[in-house]
Ligand binder design. Structure first.
Ligand code: CUA
Length: 153
């Protein structure tokens, strides 16, 4: 009888998990990312968007900001960017070599940068200040020094 109780408990927990999955999928409409964009990591310098002279901060016609970055051992290029506060900023990031991660502490800006894919993330910075942009996926001996500077004004 004690074993049966545990079996029912386990079945109840599994049922709860399944219910949570179906609830988020069917009611809340939350799904894994469906927009997957690939890019040739070895030829970023030849691409329309990630060529050296296309990197940096661009103001879009609607007033939002687009930041195009390349992550490569060991930095995010360009190394320094200047952004306005309280404005939607869309980061588009590609890796030129291995897996990197990008994270701006004290903000919700963070994503992996997987070679062969474009990572896109939109956020805004409520507080002016200087922020480090760090790599948070181990990418080699220089990983500890892989960072660049974001200044929000
Ligand atoms: Cu790039 Cu760690």
């Amino acid at each position: 009888p004690l074993e049966k109780k545990w079996i029912y408990l386990v079945l109840a927990v599994i049922g709860l998990f399944l219910a949570a999955i179906f609830y988020t999928a069917l009611v809340r409409n939350i799904h894994p990312p469906s927009h997957i964009e690939t890019i040739d990591s070895a030829r970023l310098h030849l691409s329309e968007e990630f060529a050296e002279d296309k990197l940096g901060v661009w103001t879009q016609p609607d007033g939002t900001i687009r930041v195009t970055l390349v992550a490569a051992r060991y930095g995010f290029y360009p190394r320094e960017i200047l952004l306005p506060a309280e404005t939607p900023v869309t980061f588009r990031i590609a890796s030129a070599d291995v897996l990197h991660g990008v994270h701006i502490p004290m903000t919700n800006m963070g994503t992996m940068v997987v070679p062969g894919y474009v990572s896109e993330i939109t956020t805004s910075f409520p507080k002016p200040g200087e922020y480090p942009m760090l790599c948070n996926e181990y990418c080699g001996l220089g990983h500890d020094h892989m960072w660049s500077k974001v200044t929000v004004v």
